[in-house]
Design a protein around this ligand. Structure first.
Ligand SMILES: [Zn+2]
Length: 139
């Protein structure tokens, strides 16, 4: 759930400390986050996200199924994102970078908050991936 509000006049951009133009409020499970930002920094975040996605090489693995591939990617990257795994739509304002995307499976990471977003799996597959994630040891 994402709500965009007009910020209070005194609020400053979380990134550059100039006056905030927008305020994002969103919820992850029981956690609510609020992110005042200026328009410039929102644009910059999108730019950085795109660059990071370019720089991250696609994980080279040849698994048998999408689920196995997702597990592999999660295992390799869990140390950078041990705060959760979601299959919900991207959160506006969070700098996401793509770890993998072949059009059928997409795994994104938010290094700022330390979580994954995974798209393309069935509910059953995602449930198994969540279990795998919870049990996966951080290397
Ligand atoms: Zn700013």
């Amino acid at each position: 759930m994402i709500e965009v509000h007009t910020p209070s006049t005194w609020e400053l951009c979380r990134c550059c400390q100039n006056k905030a133009d927008v305020r994002y409020e969103f919820y992850f499970g029981n956690h609510g986050y609020s992110l005042p930002m200026c328009i410039k920094c929102v644009a910059k975040l999108h730019e950085i996200t795109a660059k990071m996605a370019e720089r991250n090489p696609v994980t080279q693995v040849k698994p048998t199924t999408k689920l196995e591939l997702a597990k592999q990617i999660i295992k390799e990257n869990k140390s950078r994102a041990d705060c959760g795994i979601f299959n919900t739509v991207n959160i506006v304002g969070d700098p996401m970078s793509s770890l993998y995307d072949d059009g059928e499976l997409q795994v994104d990471i938010c290094e700022y908050y330390g979580y994954f977003e995974v798209f393309g799996l069935s509910e059953e597959e995602f449930a198994e991936l969540e279990k795998f994630y919870d049990e996966c040891e951080v290397e």
